[in-house]
Each structure stands twice: as structure tokens, then as C-alpha cells.
Design a protein around this ligand. Structure first.
Ligand code: SF4
Length: 449
């Protein structure tokens, strides 16, 4: 019964970091449309900035990010020039020198920048935008490329949170994903961060990797929890070699099957709970005094392209090749190819090449999907009221949820839908019921579990 149940939900569904999701973006949103959207923003709205550093020292074979490997600094420096030029260009289209509450450096590897360039980047951003001293500034940090001077530069520049990539501490798993990162390297960088005053630390772990077993993953979870990061993300490896060619180097025969993935997730989640972490949404775990655990408790958690966030800013500006912005008017995605991205910026053009304007219907469905992803439940009456639509609007979707209810994935109380404990890993399949774009186009997504 259990294997049949798992098989039934082996769906390929979106990760729902946006709605509509990125495969439904199109060329109707370009630099001119984005310029109009930026100019039409309410100057009082707080913004979030996402900066995408699209380079790494070498490729990890499991990686699903938009990045490329380089051994030289010149391409990184050249790219950073374009990124800062884009920051300036965007600021000129805004109606005022707007306030930034959150800055997030992602990638790729932001720690590939020299300490000097990292500090300079924030100094330049502060020229174009109003970044208060208490703004959250988060950096994705690769312990293999971050040294002590880099950590010191981060602290001087006002960084408040570091997000550390680990994936798995097991050497055999690390070899199979081409990411050799001894435990002491991770522990050492955490020590430097804390000594420098950056005490908000996230750690990324991954299940479903080659050679992983429940036992090896639990050993990783124990080691991670012993380092006491305030948040741990536990992502399922998404094997999509048709989209990410380097994933062909992953030994497919060593990948755990669907039932094993499920067991790994459940065992790791239970062990994190035993270590005192609160489950937040689908794949995050936070210490009870962390802002994310508090936001989860208050049903105030959000979801954006970086995953779960406490950031409630209504405008996210994406800078860099492949970065995506989320504005009240819609989504705007930058050029993917680094060369074309740099060329557009150098010619003074906003490098947006695709996106989608969101409709009233999209906002309604986005609210349902966001609450499901963040709270593991949704009150459809409440959402209907907030969006001024009839409460019976979703009765068709409620009918389609009946098989999931029969399988114990969700429970229903009137129009209130709640994921069961067992159903939590399948939340994306529940969201898919409310996705009116699904099935349109040829998009392929990763496994639900
Ligand atoms: S996992 Fe991180 S460090 Fe590795 S290739 Fe991807 S972005 Fe770069």
C-alpha cells in the first residue's frame, strides 16, 4: 500500500517559488515593460535586492543553479562591473532613492569575489539605494572559497546572515557530487563568522544524493545540528540532466529510489526535530528563537525565488544574469547568457528578456499556493474574502483534492485544507491542484518528493 501510495504521487511538479512559475514566462515582458513597472512603483514601498554572482570555482555535479566554473578572476571582475552598472541602471528607473530592507547575495558563489570587491559592491549599492544600517544582508557562502579575510570583509560591510552550502558530510557522497568539503572546513568558517559577529547562520543539506543512505544522512544531520546553525534547509536533490548537463556526471545507479528518498526525508526531519529544530514549510528547519520560526508561528512566512523567507517586501529587484524580479505588476527575468547580459547592460538597456504580468486570478491563486507552501494549510474562505471573490470559487479544486484526502495527504474542514504530517512532503502536489497553468506547455519539473 505504501509503495503504491508513493508511486501515485511521483509527480513532476513546480517548486512554487513564484506563481505563475518560470516556465510560463514569455517575451511579452522586456526591458521597456520592466522600465514602466519600475517607474510606476510607489516610492514608499520597501525593496529587496537579489544579486546573482554567476560564477563558481568549479562545478558541483548536483548543482541546479545558473552558474559556470572559472579558474580566473578576470571574468568575475568583468561580470561584477556589469552587475554594478545594472544596479545603477535600475536605480535610475525607480521613482526615488528607495529603501532596501533585504539584500541577498546568491549564485553561484558570492565568496568568489575578492574581499575588496565584496566591500566595494555594498558601498556602490549604498550610493544608489537607501540601505539602512539595520537592513538584513545575507550572503550564500561556500566554505571552500571563503577565508578569514573574506569573513572580516563581510562583517565590515554589514552582513548579518551567512548561508553555508554543505549538502552532506560523507566523503563518498561528496566525491560523487564533486564537492569535497571536509567537516573541519565548514566548522572553521562558522567559527570565523561567529567571531566576526555574524551569528545568523543557515546551512543547506541535501537528501536524495548518490550513495546517500538513511544512516549516512542522519550522521550528516547530527554533525550539522552540533554546529548549531539557526536554520537548516533540507532540499531534495532534483535530478534533471536534460536541463543541467553536468548532472550527467552523477552516477545515476547510485541515486536512491523514490521510496528511499521519502525515508531519508522523514528520518532527517524527525532527527532535526529531536535536535530542537522547528519544521518550517516543506524543507526548512529553524531554532525556535530564529525569526523564521517566529514568522512561521505567526503565519507570516513568505516564499520567493530564494525559497522560504521572512522578507515581506512587496518588490524584489533581481540583478545579474538569470536573476528574476518580482514586482506588484509581475515577474521580470534577466537574460540567461552572461555575454548577452553584459552587452545589454553596457548598452544601457535593462537586460530583461522574459516575464509575465500577473492577473487578478494569478494573485488569488498565488495567495492560496503561498499559504499552502508556508503554513501547510490554507483557509480558502479567508483567501476569497481577502481577494473579494465568491467563497465557492474553489469548489472544483476541492473536488479534485478528494483522492489526496482519501490517501491521508490532506484533511478538510469546510473550505479549510490542512496537510497531514505524512502528507507534508507532498505539499507541491497539493499546490498543483490550484495551478491553472499546469499542463500548459512542455515544462518538466523535479519530483514531488
Ligand atoms: S552548488 Fe554552489 S558552489 Fe557548487 S556549483 Fe552550484 S552554486 Fe557553485
Amino acid at each position: 500500500m505504501r509503495s503504491e501510495f508513493i508511486e501515485r504521487y511521483d509527480l513532476r511538479v513546480p517548486r512554487y517559488t513564484s506563481y505563475p512559475t518560470a516556465p510560463h514566462f514569455g517575451p511579452s515582458v522586456d526591458g521597456a515593460v520592466y522600465a514602466r513597472w519600475l517607474g510606476g512603483l510607489d516610492p514608499a514601498l520597501p525593496l529587496s535586492l537579489y544579486l546573482h554572482i554567476a560564477y563558481c570555482a568549479e562545478m558541483c555535479w548536483f548543482c541546479g543553479c545558473h552558474t559556470r566554473a572559472t579558474k580566473k578572476y578576470a571574468p568575475v571582475a568583468d561580470y561584477l562591473d556589469a552587475l554594478l552598472a545594472e544596479a545603477r541602471l535600475v536605480s535610475r528607473h525607480l521613482p526615488a532613492r528607495m529603501k532596501i530592507d533585504h539584500v541577498h547575495f546568491g549564485g553561484g558563489s558570492p565568496t568568489l569575489l575578492t574581499p575588496g570587491d565584496f566591500g566595494r559592491t555594498l558601498a556602490v549599492l549604498r550610493e544608489y539605494y537607501n540601505i539602512p544600517l539595520d537592513a538584513e544582508i545575507a550572503v550564500e557562502l561556500d566554505p571552500r572559497t571563503a577565508d578569514e579575510p573574506y569573513v572580516a570583509a563581510m562583517a565590515r560591510a554589514g552582513v548579518t546572515r551567512a548561508s553555508i552550502g554543505v549538502q552532506d558530510f560523507d566523503e563518498r557522497v561528496q566525491r560523487a557530487i564533486n564537492r569535497i568539503q571536509p567537516h573541519e572546513v565548514t566548522a572553521r568558517v562558522i567559527g570565523w563568522l561567529r567571531a566576526a559577529g555574524i551569528s545568523a547562520i543557515n546551512m543547506d543539506l541535501c537528501y536524495g544524493l548518490p550513495h546517500q543512505t538513511v544512516a549516512s544522512l542522519l550522521d550528516t544531520v547530527d554533525k550539522a545540528a552540533a554546529l548549531r546553525p539557526s536554520r537548516i534547509a533540507l532540499f531534495g536533490y532534483a535530478h534533471v540532466p536534460w536541463m543541467k548537463r553536468h548532472q550527467r556526471l552523477i552516477p545515476e545507479a547510485a541515486l536512491p529510489g523514490l521510496a528511499e528518498r521519502w525515508e531519508q526525508y522523514e528520518a532527517a526531519a524527525a532527527r532535526l526535530a529531536a535536535h530542537g529544530y522547528v519544521a518550517v514549510g516543506l524543507d526548512h528547519f529553524a531554532l525556535p528563537d530564529d525569526e523564521m520560526a517566529k514568522a512561521h508561528e505567526a503565519h507570516a512566512l513568505h516564499r520567493n525565488f530564494q525559497g522560504y523567507t521572512t522578507d515581506a517586501a512587496p518588490v524584489l529587484i533581481g540583478l545579474g544574469a538569470s536573476a528574476i524580479g518580482a514586482l506588484p505588476q509581475g515577474y521580470a527575468a534577466n537574460e540567461l547568457a552572461i555575454d548577452r547580459y553584459k552587452e545589454a547592460v553596457r548598452e544601457g538597456r535593462l537586460p530583461v528578456t522574459r516575464g509575465i504580468a500577473v492577473t487578478r486570478e494569478d494573485r488569488l491563486r498565488r495567495a492560496v499556493i503561498e499559504r499552502l507552501m508556508c503554513d501547510m494549510g490554507v483557509d480558502l474562505d479567508e483567501i476569497a474574502l481577502m481577494h473579494d471573490v465568491e467563497a465557492d470559487r474553489f469548489d472544483g479544486e476541492l473536488d479534485r483534492l478528494a483522492p489526496l484526502e482519501a490517501d491521508g495527504i490532506v484533511t478538510r474542514d469546510g473550505r479549510r485544507v490542512t496537510l497531514t504530517e505524512e502528507g507534508r512532503p507532498l505539499v507541491r502536489a497539493v499546490c498543483a491542484v490550484f495551478d491553472k497553468y499546469l499542463g500548459q506547455g512542455a515544462a518538466r519539473h523535479s519530483k514531488a518528493v
